[in-house]
Write a protein that binds this ligand. Structure first.
Ligand SMILES: Nc1nc2c(ncn2[C@@H]2O[C@H](COP(=O)(O)OP(=O)(O)OP(=O)(O)O)[C@@H](O)[C@H]2O)c(=O)[nH]1
Ligand SMILES: Nc1ncnc2c1ncn2[C@@H]1O[C@H](COP(=O)(O)OP(=O)(O)OP(=O)(O)O)[C@@H](O)[C@H]1O
Length: 241
């Protein structure tokens, strides 16, 4: 006995689609295809940078018995987040204008053990000949007023598509574990309060950023002493760390 195939769309979705004029529907479909074509190179840009960072990480681990990179994460900006930024930046809503104005559609975050590692990984990545630096923002040397610290660099990498190479901007954020801990909590609080964070919490967050900064200094100092290249505080460490 034949049974009806399971519907691909719910009755509500079919009714909604039937009520849209076919011209609008084909416009929506065309837009979806254009958006997929627009976003694809950014995904490949993330892949390029992630591969470069993974190679550096493996090489360090193999040859130097030391790994300056704790972890790597990446994100492709969502259509909603791009839309919000287009509105916020008062950018013309065309793919061409968005491509020129929004340089963090592809994002990679590199979390390092120590501040010196952040700068070392930055130097190694940006010295590669196919990595073109467009902009650097050093929020470690110059933290934001709320205490936010990270080293940001917008790089452009070539992505080889069937039609030829395309230069894709990728935002790389480099930070320590302590900076990352602080930034992720601050991000959650900011969203929880929809940007209207109470004064007392803001004060606590700024103070916590200072504590995280102090922790980075102390940890790096201990690390240097263990490696035997000195440190600011010259106290002896107990056996193995
Ligand atoms: N948690 C947290 N993240 C931040 C903060 N400031 C910047 N970031 C992160 O860094 C990204 C880029 O920040 P910036 O380099 O300062 O760029 P911007 O001045 O905001 O400029 P646009 O990215 O063009 O809006 C943001 O999208 C966040 O992911 C902050 O105060 N707290
Ligand atoms: N370069 C990056 N690498 C990895 N993750 C990132 C990067 N930039 C942002 N993120 C993370 O992606 C998530 C969502 O980011 P989203 O694109 O919505 O906003 P944003 O880039 O942080 O802010 P804005 O749109 O104001 O520039 C957040 O968890 C954020 O921490």
């Amino acid at each position: 006995m034949d049974s009806d195939p399971a519907p691909l769309l719910s009755t509500r979705a079919i009714m909604a689609l039937q009520s849209i004029d076919p011209a609008t529907l084909s416009e929506v479909q065309a837009f979806r295809e254009d958006f997929a074509r627009f976003i694809m190179p950014y995904k490949f840009g993330i892949d390029e940078i992630s591969t470069k960072v993974s190679i550096l990480r493996e090489e360090f681990a193999e040859l130097q018995d030391y790994n300056p990179i704790e972890h790597i994460s990446s994100r492709l900006k969502s259509a909603e987040s791009i839309e919000q930024k287009v509105i916020r930046k008062n950018c013309e809503p065309s793919f061409e204008a968005i491509r020129a104005a929004i340089t963090d559609i592809a994002g990679v975050r590199i979390v390092c053990s120590f501040v010196s590692d952040v700068y070392r990984v930055f130097e190694l990545l940006t010295a590669q000949e196919d990595v073109h630096v467009l902009q650097v923002k050093d929020y470690i040397a110059h933290p934001k007023p709320n205490g936010y610290k990270s080293l940001h660099v917008i790089v452009e990498v070539p992505v080889f598509l069937s039609g030829g190479p395309v230069a894709v901007p990728v935002e790389v954020q480099l930070r320590t574990v302590a900076m990352d801990f602080w930034a992720s909590l601050e991000h959650k609080i900011y969203y929880k309060y929809d940007g209207e964070v109470p004064e007392a919490l803001l004060r606590d967050l700024t103070a916590a950023a200072g504590t995280a900064g102090q922790l980075d200094i102390t940890m790096e100092d201990i690390h240097r002493q263990v490696r035997g290249d000195g440190g600011a505080a010259q106290y002896a460490l107990p056996v193995s760390v």
